[in-house]
Write a protein that binds this ligand. Structure first.
Ligand SMILES: *Cc1c(COP(=O)(O)O)cnc(C)c1O
Length: 459
């Protein structure tokens, strides 16, 4: 290859780039080593582009600007707020439940000062971190005992390991669900050392199917999994939790119920189907109930295990409890969240419920306000009836009527990408070639940022 045909001949040396005035100025703000990394990485990216047959080497000024942009990205957090205009309240990819002001405050307080996480103040002796959630959970659900771990998946692995390791666990074939991200109940079961025994058929399973597979010595648990992210309809039947509990009691085998959503409130009061609550499941006699902290409970990521005192005691002694243990921030947020339920202020305080409870008039008012501002900037928007989703693996197929702003644009996917590239990315719903903005999940404090980003992106 002759020198003149080498497409990389204009690529500057790292030192040349670092001596560019834009980068010498940046040295006042950033460590030299970081600047050098940014310069090297920028040059490597350009080299790769050029060799891939794409662009020519940009001018030095442009390379310097690219380097500074890369530097800014390097020193910016990758985890940051976004505006959720999708209308999916419990959006797993967007962080699930937001925390109440009380929970936020509690987290900051334990983060800022030493605290009694594992210290019994009256006696001056070692205490248990689980104490901070257990009494409240028991009072709210009627459970004898409780323990909290990092998430519901951990709660399942731990409960199965501690209570059914090496033993058989009976489960209805139609409940072998994937909980998301390719994590599946059979894999979780395998991890715990428990042996899966599928009973019944995909659509119809009877109590006899359980009884016929029950071997008192070998059967560790009967497991019921709430179908939280899909619905089974048509020619179907399955035993109720109460029937399974009754069977289990006759054979001395405990029933474990993976509830998923972990709601303490009746979702029917918001016009949704009734989602089984934690307290109902305890009352129905489930010996172990597991649930997430950040779904319909509206708290931090956590796995809640409720149950019979003897079983919870076995779980607490299992080594995995230590491996899955929650930190002080989680416990602080969870305790604050549970206190709101105890005081009866959950719907007023907890963002997940606040959003679910929003009425059509309020949603319409906000949508109309956005529409007017957008129209004022020449963006043709309309306010239409739409559906929000609860999401987060709860209430599959159930929606909440809402009022959304719909903006028809020639290339909606490209516009959605522009909205996502804003400083505070706006995440929208794309449907029938239009952008949809649902006010239900947009925090009122984000309204002006949302509208400003829309106007900027449509320019
Ligand atoms: C969501 C869900 C899980 C997983 O809970 P994480 O808290 O995400 O680990 C397990 N089982 C059911 C039924 C669920 O709905």
């Amino acid at each position: 290859m002759s020198a003149s045909s080498n497409p990389l001949r204009n690529l500057p040396a790292v030192d040349t780039l670092l001596n560019h005035p834009v980068l010498t100025a940046a040295q006042r703000e950033h460590r030299r080593a970081l600047l050098t990394d940014a310069a090297r990485e920028t040059l490597a990216a350009i080299r790769a582009d050029v060799l891939a047959g794409g662009a020519a080497v940009p001018p030095l000024d442009a390379i310097a600007e690219k380097t500074v942009a890369r530097l800014r990205r390097m020193v910016s957090p990758t985890l940051h707020p976004v505006i959720n205009a999708t209308g999916v309240v419990i959006h797993t990819n967007l962080g699930r439940s937001l925390l109440s002001a009380r929970a936020q405050k509690a987290m900051v307080e334990v983060a800022q000062a030493y605290n009694n996480l594992e210290f019994d103040v009256p006696t001056g002796k070692r205490g248990s971190r689980y104490h901070h959630a257990e009494a409240l959970l028991c009072r709210l659900t009627g459970a004898e005992a409780a323990v909290v771990v990092n998430n519901n998946a951990a709660a399942l692995v731990l409960s199965l390991s501690a209570l059914a390791g090496e033993k058989e666990v009976l489960i209805n074939r139609s409940q072998l669900i994937e909980i998301g991200g390719r994590f599946r109940i059979p894999d979780i079961m395998a991890q715990s050392g428990a042996m899966l025994v599928e009973v019944g058929t995909t659509n119809r399973t009877y109590i006899d199917d359980f009884e016929n597979n029950l071997h008192t010595v070998n059967t560790g648990l009967i497991m019921q999994v709430h179908r939280s992210n899909f619905a089974l309809i048509g020619f179907t039947t399955e035993p109720t939790l109460a029937e399974l509990v009754d069977l289990g009691e006759r054979y001395g085998v405990p029933v474990m119920y993976d509830l998923g959503s972990g709601t303490l409130l009746d979702t029917a009061q918001f016009g949704l189907a009734h989602e089984p609550t934690m307290q109902e499941s305890v009352a129905a006699g489930a010996a172990i109930v597991t649930a997430s902290g950040d779904k319909l409970l509206g708290g931090p990521q956590a796995g809640i295990i409720l149950g019979r005192a003897d079983l919870i005691a076995r779980i607490k002694k299992h080594p995995l409890t230590r491996a899955f243990r929650v930190d002080k921030m989680t416990l602080a947020a969870l305790q604050a969240t549970l206190l709101a339920y105890l005081e009866g202020t959950a719907v007023d305080e907890i963002p997940t419920w606040q959003m679910i409870a929003l009425d059509r008039r309020t949603l319409n008012r906000r949508a109309q306000k956005w529409r007017r501002t957008l129209a004022g900037a020449g963006i043709p928007a309309e306010v239409v009836d739409a559906q929000s989703a609860v999401g987060g693996g709860s209430l599959p197929g159930q929606t909440l009527p809402t009022r959304a702003v719909r903006i028809a644009v020639p290339d909606a996917a490209q516009m959605a990408a522009r909205l996502r590239s804003a400083d505070v990315p706006v995440i929208t719903r794309l449907e029938d070639g239009a952008i949809w903005l649902d006010p239900r999940t947009v925090l009122p404090a984000q309204d002006s940022a949302l509208v400003a980003t829309m106007i900027e992106s449509f320019r």
